[in-house]
Write a protein that binds this ligand. Structure first.
Ligand code: ADP
Ligand code: ASP
Ligand code: MG
Length: 452
């Protein structure tokens, strides 16, 4: 059995879904379980609509539902499903979902508030709508597809908008719901990204979380492989949207992939690999629009190629906090006091660099920044720099190859760099630049390392 996860662009319209159906059909013999995201941009639209409602702009919010959400799903459904009574049943279910969404949005507008819990309830419709259409379209194409609501078997904690699934709680439910379908040769289709608390309240796993869902489902059911189907040929040397010369990597190790994901390569959600590594399940990344391409295989370990810098990731929207110790000069307990504050405000730190008199660190979540800074100021002087980006060079071979950093910094010597940090695993070198310098830096580093 394999898990096949299709991202937003892979299900963005009727043509894309047709492609998905053919890909799934071609893997029929391997007992696929299909996990799908919301149609591209639908999650963003639902979030925007909820925010508008909270701000009292209900008219605008409802308009987005009509002109984007309802329209795109109805169009896809109309093109994919024509036979009766299937067509009518599908349109009725879609209408029902849209009515529910409208009611939620109206409620938010009346209350003028939007809790993370309400937001999860609303965004879950993206995946629920897309999978309803995809499943019905598969049936229309003579595949025995069966829709399973992920909220019945992906059981999570109640950290709304970034919930974590519990393997223990999910395991028996996943088995009892999914395995009987596989036994009768049906193709289970379910939503990525969404789950529910043990009490049945809808949660989501964080933006891009469908990859994570696929990995959890694969781990729960002991899949032979997890396939992440997306809109690029696999994992490339860098983001092809910024550097069109980026090249496909035939394989990367789990370690490399997780560093890349953690430092911004959106092609994989950072948590995706954990369940897969634990159960030793290989992960592949493939292109829905180019299924013949060999894709990228994520492997346990490969013999490291000396000199190999594998790929370059970047993460924008980074804030740097510089903390100067006025009294303690990095005395015992200083770092502990700092981390205790970040912990208390549930804000995770990405990079850390220390000097004799200061500590610099980066965060990408600034909701609680003001409170963090005022706590820090009780015992230090603090400066904050916004609109920064992390650049991260990744490769297992780097630890055997001196001089990579020198080459990298040589290639961008006229650019302002700070907070250089090397991960303990020695397979990454990260540093901070201004967000505006990202395109230039990526282009130059890519040329230096990957373009002959
Ligand atoms: P999906 O909707 O299928 O989950 P995403 O947009 O989340 O797709 O992720 C795929 C995107 O990741 C690509 O379109 C590409 O722009 C981006 N990306 C960033 N870094 C890389 C990389 N190193 N290799 C491949 N894609 C990358
Ligand atoms: N639809 C969700 C998002 O846009 C989850 C995903 O696409 O993986 O974040
Ligand atoms: Mg994604």
């Amino acid at each position: 059995m394999i898990v096949m996860k299709f991202g937003g662009t892979s299900v963005e319209d009727a043509a894309a879904m047709r492609q998905v159906i053919e890909i799934v059909r071609s893997k029929r013999a391997r007992q696929p379980i299909v996990v799908a995201s919301a149609m591209a941009k639908i999650t963003d639209t639902l979030i925007r609509s909820a925010q508008l409602a909270r701000e009292g702009q209900e008219h605008q919010a409802q308009k987005l539902l009509t002109e984007v959400v309802a329209l795109r799903h109805r169009q896809a459904a109309t093109q994919l499903v024509v036979s009766e009574p299937r067509c009518r049943a599908l349109q009725e279910s879609l209408d029902q979902y849209i009515v529910e969404l409208r009611t939620f949005i109206h409620g938010l507008a009346i209350l003028g508030e939007l809790s993370p819990r309400s937001l999860d309830a609303i965004v879950s419709y993206g995946e629920r709508l897309s999978t309803l259409i995809l499943t019905t379209a598969m049936q229309e194409q003579n595949l025995d597809a069966q829709l399973l609501d992920a909220r019945q078997f992906i059981i999570t904690d109640d950290r709304f908008t970034k919930a974590t699934p519990s393997l223990e709680l999910s395991d028996p439910r996943a088995r009892s719901l999914v395995l009987p379908l596989l036994e009768r040769d049906a193709i289970p289709v379910t939503q990525g990204f969404i789950g529910a608390t043990p009490q049945g309240v809808t949660t989501t796993l964080g933006r891009g979380g469908s990859d994570y869902s696929a990995a959890i489902i694969g781990a729960l059911l002991g899949a032979e492989a997890i396939e992440i189907w997306t809109d690029v040929d696999g994992i490339l040397t860098t983001d092809p949207k910024l550097v069109p010369q980026a090249r496909l990597l035939e394989s990367v190790t789990f370690q490399e992939a997780s560093e890349l994901a953690y430092f911004g390569a959106k092609v994989l959600h950072p948590s995706t690999l954990l369940p897969a590594v634990d159960k030793n399940i290989p992960v592949y990344v493939y292109n829905t629009k180019n299924p013949k391409s060999p894709g990228t295989r994520i492997t346990m370990r490969e013999s490291p190629t000396p000199g190999a810098l594998k790929a370059i990731a970047y993460k924008k929207g980074i804030t740097v906090i510089n903390i100067y110790s006025t009294r303690m000069l990095l005395a015992h307990g200083f770092l502990k006091a700092i981390f205790e504050i970040f912990d208390r405000f549930e804000t995770s730190v990405d990079l850390l660099a220390t000097s004799e008199v200061s500590v610099s660190l980066t965060i990408d979540e600034t909701r609680r920044l003001d409170r963090i800074v005022s706590e820090l100021q009780k015992f230090s002087t603090v400066t904050v720099e916004h609109e920064r980006a992390i650049i991260c060079l990744v490769g297992e071979g780097m630890k055997y190859t001196p001089g990579i950093a020198a080459r990298a910094f040589g290639a961008i010597r006229d650019i302002n760099i700070n907070m250089i940090s090397q991960g303990a695993s020695e397979i990454n070198i990260s540093f901070i630049i201004r967000e505006a310098d990202v395109p230039t830096v990526l282009e130059r580093l890519h040329r230096e390392f990957f373009e002959p």
